[in-house]
Design a binder for this molecule. Structure first.
Ligand SMILES: Cc1cc2nc3c(=O)[nH]c(=O)nc-3n(C[C@H](O)[C@H](O)[C@H](O)COP(=O)(O)O)c2cc1C
Length: 130
């Protein structure tokens, strides 16, 4: 049985390089631990979906929660799932389009198809807030 975690956190004005370095850590560590997911950053907050075995995710969440690059990690969803939504992605960066009008459309293309409806809704709402 797999788990999915969805959380938000606060990290005002991280540089592109700082976010890239988080993605580099994810690419380095997640495959060996069977962790997949996606990460959005809107310049103020992160929203991350993590999926994998419960034990691996608990370990990773402890590390992530103590990471000084963000604060206020707040869990939105924790659920058991039969299948991954992000099986191809060690950690996919979902870009938030500059133009608010294009955001929903761009996300519809970028988000995985078999994402739970509730999780998709939360991600959509997060991305249009700005
Ligand atoms: C928003 C956010 C998301 C993160 N996601 C991951 C992740 O999916 N996998 C991971 O290994 N580290 C992630 N990290 C980084 C960890 O907190 C930690 O710095 C890293 O795992 C340390 O491993 P390293 O020494 O290989 O870089 C994330 C950090 C932040 C701030």
């Amino acid at each position: 049985m797999l788990s999915q975690y969805l959380y938000i956190s606060t990290a005002p004005s991280l540089s592109r390089e700082e976010v890239d370095s988080i993605l580099a850590s994810s690419a380095r560590n997640n495959p060996a631990r069977g962790v997949t997911g996606l990460l959005l950053y809107n310049g103020r907050n992160f929203l991350q979906l993590l999926e994998g075995g419960e034990a691996e995710l608990v370990d990773l969440m402890v590390r992530i929660t103590h990471d000084p690059r963000h604060t206020g990690v707040s869990m939105l969803e924790h659920r058991k799932v039969e299948q991954r939504a992000c099986s191809d992605w060690a950690m996919k960066r979902i870009m938030i389009s500059e133009s608010v009008e294009n955001r929903r459309e761009a996300l519809d293309t970028d988000l995985p198809e078999n994402l739970d409806t509730q999780i998709r809704k939360i991600i959509m709402n997060f991305a249009v807030l700005n």
